[in-house]
Write a protein that binds this ligand. Structure first.
Ligand SMILES: C[S@@+](CC[C@H](N)C(=O)[O-])C[C@H]1O[C@@H](n2cnc3c(N)ncnc32)[C@H](O)[C@@H]1O
Length: 214
């Protein structure tokens, strides 16, 4: 086994390789740390940003906004792209709108204060990048499959389907609780779908990266 175990020291090293963030992202990182808001870290933000740039994605969908941290990384990687993002928590949705405005992205970000599953069902739009950042919160495998299907229906060929927490701190290997089973189920859905080419990248808690074949 030659896999590197990412210690806190190594994680700090990785984050040190990411260029310093501007005042908006730096403040959001500090607030998230202080208030335990579950956002991606800068290392993952930079990774997501790179995916958007490589794929030249412009129509972005995000399930799970929190206060808009990952959304800002994603939008800044586009050239004039748009982001539709779902968040059920009222205070977080308000803060996300304010943060997008502070980043100069208010016109490009649509924060929908709605349940992502029912909201996505009603959303009549197509995307070329979908970031699922609430895999951990689905109540069942059926809902997990539903979200996967809804995202796939809205993605064009060449589009990216990304999900965070794909390793669930290693619990996916022998899932015990329902949420770990949901995440393991999602990984199987992605891996077995012949429309997708995919890999799980062990950044932070694992990022599932899949591309819809042309
Ligand atoms: C991990 S956080 C998102 C972090 C954000 N993407 C970032 O990195 O900056 C997940 C968010 O999803 C929200 N959430 C949970 N279940 C939801 C649902 N069914 N629909 C919409 N939002 C939901 C939570 O309130 C939480 O703020």
């Amino acid at each position: 086994m030659n896999t590197v175990q990412v210690s806190d020291e190594l994680q700090e090293y990785l984050e040190g390789l990411i260029p310093p963030r501007d005042a908006v992202l730096a403040r959001m990182e500090e607030e998230a740390h202080r208030e335990s808001i579950p956002i991606v870290d800068a290392h993952e933000g930079a990774f997501l940003s790179l995916l958007v740039r490589i794929a030249n994605s412009k129509r972005l969908l995000e399930l799970g906004t929190a206060t808009g941290y990952s959304g800002i990384w994603l939008l800044r990687a586009t050239s004039g792209g748009t982001l539709t993002t779902f968040e059920t928590n009222h205070e977080r949705a308000l803060r996300a709108r304010s943060n997008f405005a502070a980043a100069g992205l208010a016109k490009q970000a649509l924060v929908l204060e709605q349940d992502a599953v029912t909201g996505l069902e009603k959303l009549n739009a197509r995307f070329d990048f979908c970031f699922i950042d609430l895999l951990n919160s689905f109540p069942s495998e059926d809902i997990t499959r539903k979200v996967f299907d809804l995202c796939m229906e809205r993605l064009d060929g060449g589009g990216l389907l990304i999900a965070d927490n794909a390793l669930r701190q290693g619990e996916v290997v022998k899932p015990k609780g329902q949420q770990a089973r949901n995440v393991a189920f999602y990984n199987q859905l992605v891996a077995r779908d012949s429309r997708l080419e995919s890999v799980v990248v062990p950044i932070r808690d694992g990022v599932s990266v899949a591309r819809v074949k042309d």
